[in-house]
Design a protein. Sequence first.
Length: 227
Amino acid sequence: MLSKLTTNPDRPFTVVLGGAKVADKLAVIDNLLKVADALVIGGGMAYTFLAAKGYPVGNSILDASKVEVCAEYLKTASAEGKKIVLPVDVRVSDGMDFAARKVIGEVEVVPADQIPAGKEGLDIGPESEKLFADTVRSSHTVFWNGPAGVAEIPAFAEGTAAVAKALTEVDGLTVIGGGDSAAVVRELGYADDQFGWISTGGGASLEYLEGKELPGLAVLEESAKGE
């Protein structure tokens, strides 16, 4: 199934990436930017891309060593007619007490280019939900890996829920790669058969999409073809 993403996918082909660390997804972006029509970036990794556009990100997760790399991706996408879709608004608070699963301070929605000092972006906002969902729904092939926010906390799960709902409305192939994403859609009440394919081996899925040959995954692919 994963090979359908890298070999003549039905277009438009959209890749939705989330999760905390942009560094974990660089090789995937390198490879999929060559074949995808759009990359939708959410989760903590989005703030490094926002910083690459010169936006303040407050106390949000930021990999300062990867800002220039993200800036290059933005330039490459623009030059090649590809879209990198970033949040236009975000839900912020003073932070999270993860041990207590508690939000610190009030949750506010702010423009993505105006995150206040001292505030931490923890989910995409309502306008971003619509933007992400519209991009997904208008695609014929979609790969999704990683939540759009801190999805285990209800106050910051709405962006991820919007992406999941949009995936069920795609007229085409939808692939969810990654244990976190798979767990989230099930927690939201969706059945596996509402999506084209769910891979719980997130690491293996990403390595394959980085362009690596994985013999074990190749066997699974052949097995799936025979079903």
